[in-house]
Design a protein around this ligand. Structure first.
Ligand SMILES: N[C@@H](CCC(=O)N[C@@H](CS)C(=O)NCC(=O)O)C(=O)O
Length: 244
């Protein structure tokens, strides 16, 4: 288990630390590779929320974690000892307790953003199917599914840096964690997943450059993901070079 303190504190209008946070003890129970955890970390960083992060090994779940996690999954957010689960709920809670919002104010636009966040979760399942596929045939089928999924979201994108224009939103936090997989996949081979999606590719590049996205994982994230992929014993595992 590792702990990581984030000492950035939100400031009030006069530049003083915001006292509202002094009464909140926030602890994010995390895993170093989890894309759902990354969503929450990106929101914590975007909104400069003081918190503590506790990383666990999901292959050996600690008893204390099993006792408090209703689904046995990360992320969990402990708020003054009370437990929240599900990344979407955690992100919205963090957004609501801080000034400004990473959601658009209009209810219809907000609902659309939530829809695309759900789409992002289904994309994560497709990505897992892709790296777990055992045969070449299944792998290529999953690769094609990913191409189709990105060309679907392509229809809703513009040439602006973020999902909804110039302003970073919660949808961006979700896709920042998704696109990160492809930074590692790109080092294995050219899978041409964004071949039909130039706007998604452009969006990917903007998110790559964003500090909160970069800082949401540890420096050895790529090396850890390579090791994880290598251990899958899947078709992709065979393509991962030993020296990576
Ligand atoms: N719907 C959940 C999904 C979270 C999830 O699937 N987390 C994975 C790690 S990325 C997990 O904890 N899996 C449990 C396990 O591996 O046993 C959320 O959005 O928080």
């Amino acid at each position: 288990m590792q702990k990581n303190e984030n000492s950035l504190a939100p400031k009030d209008a006069s530049g003083q630390p915001d006292q509202a946070f002094a009464i909140l003890d926030l602890e994010l129970i995390s895993h170093l590779l989890c894309p759902y955890v990354q969503r929450a970390v990106i929101v914590l960083l975007e909104k400069e929320i003081p918190h503590q992060r506790t990383y666990i090994d999901l292959s050996v779940k600690p008893d204390w974690f099993r006792a408090i996690s209703p689904l046995g999954k990360v992320p969990l957010l402990k708020v003054n000892g009370e437990v929240l689960f599900e990344s979407g709920v955690i992100c919205e809670y963090l957004d609501e307790i801080t000034p400004g919002s990473l959601h658009p104010p209009d209810p219809l636009q907000k609902a659309k953003h939530r829809s695309w966040i759900e789409f992002g979760s289904s994309l994560l399942n497709e990505i897992a199917d892709f790296y777990n596929a055992l045969s070449k045939e299944l792998f290529e089928q999953k690769q094609h599914e990913l191409v189709k999924k990105f060309s679907r979201i392509e229809l809703y994108l513009s040439d602006s840096p973020y999902f909804a224009g110039q302003r970073f939103s919660l949808v961006d936090a979700v896709y920042g964690a998704i696109f990160r997989y492809f930074d590692v996949f790109d080092k294995i081979a050219e899978f041409r997943v964004f071949e039909d999606s130039p706007k998604a590719q452009n969006w990917r590049r903007s998110l790559q450059a964003r500090a909160s996205i970069q800082q949401a994982v540890a420096e050895d994230y790529s090396a850890r993901l390579f090791t994880f992929l290598k251990q899958r014993q899947s078709y992709l595992s065979e393509l991962v070079p030993w020296h990576s």
